[in-house]
Design a protein around this ligand. Structure first.
Ligand SMILES: Cc1cc2nc3c(=O)[nH]c(=O)nc-3n(C[C@H](O)[C@H](O)[C@H](O)COP(=O)(O)O)c2cc1C
Length: 152
């Protein structure tokens, strides 16, 4: 199975650490949206899309990248995020990927270091996260996706 992970991680590298753990499980390259041609994605069986959450949305660079994808039927996708607060708004990204012909097959999120005001005033929220347990959970999530693909 050929997998790729597209990740925007601008604040503290939180989401990148999660993406790297998933990438190890899937033997997948992790790239920023600026490092991959949208046309290339149809060559992958599984593509992950993730970022931190900014004002209740995925990062604009990731959303712009998804909008630029050709709508000509891709393979499977999964979505992931790190955020300060629970309740990650996955639906709009999942819907946008569905419109591009992806079958979205899983979502992963965890809490991570957050320095958005007002948390910055108190040194930030969740210092030290994502931690080893989050990285293990991300790795296990990706392994489950890989196993599902070999059964299909
Ligand atoms: C300007 C700003 C806005 C944010 N907005 C939210 C938000 O709406 N909801 C939330 O749960 N976390 C929010 N966060 C926290 C980030 O989602 C969190 O720190 C994330 O792990 C950053 O990922 P990154 O280091 O990969 O960029 C915000 C952080 C910043 C700096």
């Amino acid at each position: 199975m050929k997998a790729l992970i597209v990740c925007t991680s601008v604040s503290h590298g939180n989401t990148r650490r999660i993406a790297d753990a998933m990438g190890r499980a899937l033997r997948a390259r992790v790239v920023d949206p600026g490092q991959v041609d949208p046309e290339e994605l149809s060559g992958f069986d599984l593509v992950g899309f993730g970022s931190g959450i900014y004002l209740r949305r995925f990062h604009p660079r990731l959303r712009r990248f998804v909008r630029a994808l050709p709508a000509d039927g891709h393979g499977r996708a999964f979505v992931f995020a790190t955020s300060g607060l629970p309740g990650v708004p996955f639906r709009p990204l999942e819907r946008a990927l569905g419109q591009k012909g992806f079958r979205v097959d899983g979502a992963f999120s965890c809490r991570a270091f957050d320095t958005f005001l007002p948390f910055r005033l108190v040194g930030g929220l969740h210092k030290g996260l994502p931690g080893p347990a989050d990285l293990d959970a991300a790795h296990a999530f990706a392994e489950r996706l890989a196993r599902r693909s070999t059964k299909a």
